[in-house]
Design a protein around this ligand. Structure first.
Ligand SMILES: Nc1nc2c(c(=O)[nH]1)N[C@H]1C(S)=C(S)[C@@H](COP(=O)(O)O)O[C@H]1N2
Ligand SMILES: [Mo]
Length: 485
């Protein structure tokens, strides 16, 4: 396992060495390097590592800590290599730390017996100890080889898919947030959520690494014509692009399992029309490459909202974590009933016929999002300056829209807030996104309590009744306490 984890850092080290080599030498090295097959390259790197391991092994005969400088040196080199290469991924640091720890543990395990007084001894006892060392070494070798093979198969496929994804050039745009949507209050969550900071929820241990050229989507079931679409088919279709806020049913009041992105994809309504849906159908069962399923009512997939099979997120092909090559996005529904990532199969059916992943576990069959608002600034428990203060946050009711947000300070009257993105030429173009709200408070010294509630465009006032997230989403007013001095 240690070697598996080190696989990527190993190559990063090799490449970094080249990066820091003087020009002519580097050019020569690159030519030689590039000409080498991957197995040869790996063999060389592994041989170099072996030399380090032998040194460490020698040192370990003295004591368990003697080889520490070798490990820390290797770990440091790996760390430097990974951090100095673009793009930096925070997670790539983890395997290096894990690798160093594994090396220390494995080597101590192997050499522990050598420190027994009878190790060099003659007779049955000594022979027994030496045999045990050999057996342990054999076990570690088998595990390491298994790890390398596994790592090559899994890691190799992932790197391949990642490279192919990076080379994609989709006809999609990446606009900045509409000017009027952003109120400019420090501390309010960014109106446009970047792909890196977008929340992630999935049951898969690691996101499937699917190569888009190997991917296809089947639309079948209660339809007149079955459709099979490749990635190319989707990318060449008329694309729809829209700001849509996605949130999780497990998001508690005041929680952050919500994000707002610019999604690009193919309208699912168009595809279902082409397939010819049986009027008796009530649901669509979406299945992911990793086997996860969700059931979506047919209504939201065929009405005029922007329900889509998304291939783009904020101008990039979907990140692997967010469902590459394709996922569903349906405005107005929680993710667990609508937003299948790594989507491979769409079956038109009825709710009686299906038992989707979270429904089987007791969550509600239908999951329309609930009217909700959140205070972002000040934070609960904050110490702030007395006097005037700008406060704010976000509110959402996808597909219906927000018509107002009100705050209540210290049990006083509900007071209207300013709203972003509801008027003017740069307004948020639809009701499928969250809106920012802000207000200016005049704060006396002392403890304060702030509450917020939203009103949707149907005139519904957000309920103050507190309900847990299970089984169909939380309700209640977000309230915070803070101190002004
Ligand atoms: N394949 C798959 N798709 C999935 C899930 C999952 O577990 N597996 N979780 C869903 C849930 S509960 C939510 S809230 C959204 C989250 O999408 P995100 O991770 O892109 O934010 O994905 C949905 N799609
Ligand atoms: Mo979710």
């Amino acid at each position: 396992m240690a070697l598996t984890l080190q696989d990527t850092p190993l190559i990063a080290v090799a490449e970094t060495v080249i990066d820091h080599t003087p020009g002519p030498v580097a050019r020569w090295a690159i030519e030689v390097f590039e000409a080498l097959d991957k197995p040869i390259l790996l063999t060389i790197v592994i041989l170099i590592m072996l030399a380090f391991f032998l040194t460490a092994g020698r040192l370990a005969e003295k004591s368990w800590w003697a080889p520490l400088p070798v490990w820390l040196g290797l770990g440091g080199a790996g760390l430097y290599a990974v951090l100095s290469r673009e793009p930096v991924e925070e997670l790539s640091v983890l395997p290096i730390a894990a690798g160093v720890v594994t090396w220390i543990v494995v080597l101590s395990f192997l050499t522990e017996l050598m420190h027994k007084p009878d190790y060099e001894g003659e007779g049955e006892e000594g022979a027994q100890t030496r045999r045990s060392v050999l057996i342990r070494a054999g076990g570690v070798a088998v595990a390491a080889i298994g790890g390398v093979v596994y790592g090559e198969v899994v890691g190799g496929a992932r790197r391949h898919a990642e490279r192919a994804r990076r080379l994609l050039n989709l006809p999609i745009s990446n606009p900045g947030a509409p000017r009027a949507a952003v109120l400019g209050v420090d501390g309010i969550d960014s109106w446009k959520t970047s792909n890196e900071s977008f929340y992630r929820i999935h049951t898969a241990f690691t996101p499937p690494a699917i190569e888009h050229k190997d991917w296809s989507l089947r639309i079948h079931g209660m339809v007149e014509r079955e459709l099979v679409l490749t990635y190319q088919d989707l990318a060449e279709r008329q694309l729809t692009q829209a700001w849509i806020t996605l949130n999780c049913v497990s998001n508690p009041v005041g929680g952050d399992l919500i994000g707002n992105a610019w999604w690009s994809g193919v309208r699912i309504a168009t595809l279902l029309e082409e397939a010819g849906v049986d009027p008796a159908a009530t649901a669509v069962l979406q299945t992911s490459h990793d086997g996860w399923t969700c059931g979506t009512p047919i209504g939201p997939l065929t009405d005029d909202r922007n329900a889509m099979i998304a291939i783009g997120m904020n101008g990039d092909p979907l990140p692997f974590d967010h469902g590459f090559p394709a996922r569903m996005i349906v405005p107005g529904l929680y993710g667990y009933v609508s937003a299948c990532k790594w989507l491979v199969d769409i079956e038109v059916t009825t709710f009686d016929e299906i038992d989707a992943y979270w429904i089987e576990r007791g969550w509600a069959e239908e999951g329309p999002v609930k009217l909700m608002s959140r205070i972002d600034v000040p934070g609960n428990g904050d110490e702030v300056d007395a006097g005037t203060m700008r406060v704010g946050g976000v509110a959402w009711s996808q597909t219906i829209g927000i018509s107002g947000v009100q705050y209540q300070l210290d049990g006083g009257a509900w007071t209207d807030c300013e709203l972003g993105g509801t008027a003017g030429p740069d307004a948020a173009p639809n009701d499928d996104t969250w809106v920012q709200w802000a207000a200016t408070l005049d704060l006396d010294e002392g403890d304060h309590e702030l509450l917020v509630r939203a009103i949707d465009k149907n005139g519904l006032v957000q309920t103050g009744v507190e309900k847990d997230v299970f089984p169909d989403g939380a309700t209640g007013w977000h309230s915070i306490e803070f101190n002004a001095s």
